[in-house]
Design a protein around this ligand. Structure first.
Ligand SMILES: [Zn+2]
Length: 266
């Protein structure tokens, strides 16, 4: 039996943003079995074979899970597994999603082919090459003294708060994106400080990049469209946080830990 902690999966199956797991997988104990090499499945829509990694397949919504297996939202797997265990599956999901959305050439509209020597689409009509797309997005970990900026997105499920996030625009630096997003969403000016970490987030193709920032001026005024509520919080008086496993949660935990140890040193 596959041990998700020590061995890589040989075959992964996706249906949209769902992944096939054994029905008895102890997800909540961080031991989901993602390797579906033994599952009887029909021919997939798409198949991606990594040089050193799992075969990844995508299936249409009409394909039911075989007996003993079930489709689970991949996000719920991320929440339950350590990053080292789900990162290969995240890569696979991003690739199969990219393939499904590049069946036709974006330049001339001809059915796309595959470049034989690397993972890329090659149009037989006009020669256009298309590589898997990655969309960078920043997570802004904004501090004001011993308080951390958390906000509730209008689209989040009720009660969950997080750091502000936004997509990097063409021609923008990561630091510029932090300044713009924070100003647009809660009307304060901040000064970006340091890179904190990154995480692929294949819904469908984000690369989340965490940066710290310091409050510079202004008072919080949520835009009311994207951000419903925002506030400054300490390690002991914060609202419900994002699920474990996400970079946002890891950065929030680290910021609170830093605030706590700075308080002890004082
Ligand atoms: Zn073309």
């Amino acid at each position: 039996m596959t041990d998700a902690r020590t061995s890589a999966a040989s075959r992964l199956a996706f249906r949209g943003a769902e992944i096939l797991v054994r029905a008895d997988s102890p997800l909540e104990r961080g031991a989901a079995d993602l390797d579906c090499a033994a599952a009887p499945l029909p021919d997939p829509l798409e198949r991606v074979v990594f040089p050193s990694g799992p075969v990844s397949e995508s299936y249409p919504q009409t394909v039911q899970a075989p007996d003993g297996w079930e489709w689970r939202p991949f996000r719920s797997v991320i929440g339950a597994l350590p990053e080292r265990d789900w990162i290969g599956a995240a890569r696979a999901l991003a690739y199969v999603g990219w393939r499904a959305s590049t069946r036709f050439c974006g330049r001339c509209g001809a059915p796309n082919g595959d470049k034989p020597d690397e993972i890329a689409r090659l149009c037989p009509g006009c020669g256009a090459l298309a590589f898997p797309r990655i969309s960078p997005a920043v997570l802004a970990v904004v501090r004001r003294g011993d308080r951390l900026l958390l906000a509730r997105n209008a689209s989040f499920k009720a009660g969950t708060w997080s750091v502000l996030a936004g997509f990097v625009e063409p021609g923008e630096t990561l630091e510029g994106c932090v300044r713009r997003e924070v100003l647009e969403e809660v009307s304060i000016e901040v000064e970006p400080r340091a890179y904190l970490g990154s995480q692929p987030w294949p819904f469908p193709d984000q690369l989340m990049v965490g940066l710290s920032a310091e409050w510079a001026s202004g008072e919080l005024a949520p835009d009311g469209v994207e951000i419903a509520e925002a506030g400054w919080f300490g390690p002991d008086d914060h609202p419900p946080l994002p699920m474990p496993g996400s970079l946002s949660r890891r950065l929030i935990d680290a910021a609170f830990s830093d605030i706590r140890s700075a308080g002890t040193r004082r």
